[in-house]
Design a protein around this ligand. Structure first.
Ligand code: DUC
Ligand code: ZN
Ligand code: ZN
Length: 468
């Protein structure tokens, strides 16, 4: 047998099933041997470190068009550099169809933005906003067959919302083509009604975003999406579940044998609606505006329970970065007039894994195995990347993140690599950090700093295991 290119020696290998002491041997970018006393041309000493499959962040927004022309703070270069520094080796951003645009054209356009700029591997989900007969009958089926095997739909936002009849049409195509649908479940009419009422009452500060996007509206839409999926016999993913009530809908469906998968995000365990109050109901609260918004302590406790008991399959960042200073937010005169104009989204691709590790593993709320399942193995399985990605096994890509479980340091904006000018988690004390990230056996980040070269590729994907 030929020599190994690299051995990660002396660490503790952690997968979604096990933890054990072993060396990991890498050849031609793949894991070639797992065992004791391995030797190779090169060696990384992982004594005292955990060796995990690289993080897979299945929900990030990079360089995505917005309805008012606000530019996202991260393009592919900065967003994937930030991802790599945070222990990720693959991210899944969204190729968004603008209404009236061909879906194929928007995918090609997104590839042009990504080409040569990726520091991690990437694979595109689609966002379908205009399900014309051409999209339903030709473009979408062809794209799914080309390896874009998942797409997102929105139940709110004026420029993105789909009516129930359109959702049902899309679900039918998804069932036939075996595409996994990700649902943004918030009831549009309820949000519009509450927004109007709050504005009439003069309640326009960023905090009121959390009241307009009420948990009841999320619960209702979650149930509606589940019912549509049941009618079409379709597995779905409810993304960015924020609290107890929508989560209970998912449990209700699962208890009846429906294939409803669920994702939650760092903001729903680390923030509450009170953060949107800012210093004194001022504009500082705009730093925490995202949809759905963070809820309350009761919802945080429910989300933790769901992370432990398997209600949640996925823990993604929903990285959706807008700068606080500049036309995107603080200096946008419209945003000052009402929360409705504040861009919905916060950064988090670099802090997702440290937050879950620290709050979950280090504080004994979840096991290391569950951490790996939620952040790498399940996303790989659900989005058609397994077993190439998401595990430490012979033949898999050598995508690894090495963790120092005892390294304690706070999250600081000045140390992050994203294009955003703030982090909502400033000062949060973190125990356990990724100290080195490898993509196909090449180091892409060390001690929170990405390397220069961009060696990431676009991955075409299989059908989701949800259809198995
Ligand atoms: N939905 C997302 O998935 N991300 C940011 C904003 C939103 O509404
Ligand atoms: Zn969404
Ligand atoms: Zn999102």
């Amino acid at each position: 047998m030929s020599t190994l290119d690299l051995v990660i020696a002396g660490g503790t290998v952690v997968t979604a099933a096990d933890s054990y002491a072993a060396d990991v041997g890498i050849r031609n970018g793949r894991i070639a041997q797992i065992g004791e006393g391995l030797t190779g041309s090169d060696r990384i000493d992982a004594t005292g470190l955990l060796v995990l499959p690289g993080g897979i962040d299945a929900h990030v927004h990079l360089d995505q068009a917005t309805s008012d022309g606000t530019v996202m703070a991260d393009d592919f270069a900065s967003g994937t550099r930030s991802a790599a520094a945070g222990g990720n080796t693959t991210v899944l951003p969204f190729a968004l169809q603008i209404k009236g645009q061909s879906l194929r054209a928007c995918v090609e356009d997104y590839h042009r933005k990504a080409e040569g700029n990726c520091h991690t591997d990437v694979s595109f989900h689609l966002i379908v906003t205009d399900p014309t007969p051409q999209v339903l009958g030709q473009e979408l089926p062809a794209l799914v067959r080309d390896g874009y095997t998942s797409f997102k739909v929105f139940m709110t936002y004026d420029d993105l919302v789909l009516q129930d009849a359109q959702l049902l049409d899309l679900f039918e195509v998804a069932r036939r083509e075996r595409a996994l649908v990700m649902v943004h479940a918030e009831g549009h009419d309820a949000i519009k009604h509450l927004t109007r009422r709050l504005e009439t009452e003069g309640r326009t500060a960023p905090y009121y975003h959390s009241q307009a996007h009420a948990q009841i509206a999320e619960r209702e839409a979650t149930h509606r999406a589940i019912s549509h999926a049941q009618l079409m016999d379709l597995p779905i993913v409810i993304v960015h579940v924020s609290g107890r009530e929508p989560m209970e809908q998912i449990q209700w469906a699962r208890a009846r044998g429906m294939k409803v998968h669920a994702e939650t995000c760092p903001q729903y365990i680390s923030l509450t609606a009170d953060d949107l109050r800012g210093l004194n109901m001022d504009f500082d609260g705009a730093r925490y505006v995202c949809s759905p918004p963070p809820r309350d302590a009761d919802s945080q406790a429910a989300i933790w329970q769901g992370l432990r008991d398997g209600t949640f399959d996925l823990f993604s960042s929903d990285h959706c970065p807008f700068r606080f200073e500049g036309p995107g937010s603080k200096d946008n005169p419209r945003a000052r007039t009402s929360f409705r104009w504040v861009p919905n989204g916060i950064p988090g691709v670099e802090t997702r894994l440290p937050i879950l590790f620290s709050e979950g593993v280090s504080k004994n709320r979840i096991s290391l195995q569950r951490f790996v399942a939620l952040t790498s193995t399940n996303p790989a399985r659900l989005y058609g990347l397994y077993p190439q990605k998401g595990s430490i096994a012979i033949g898999a890509d050598a995508d690894l993140s090495l963790w120092d479980p005892n390294l304690i340091q706070p999250i600081r904006q000045q140390s992050l690599n994203h294009g955003c000018d703030y982090t909502p988690y400033e000062g949060m004390e973190i125990t356990g950090w990724p100290v080195r990230t490898l993509l196909r056996g090449r180091t892409i980040a060390r001690m929170g700093k990405p390397v220069k070269e961009a060696s990431g590729r676009h991955l075409s994907r299989q059908a989701s295991e949800a259809f198995a």
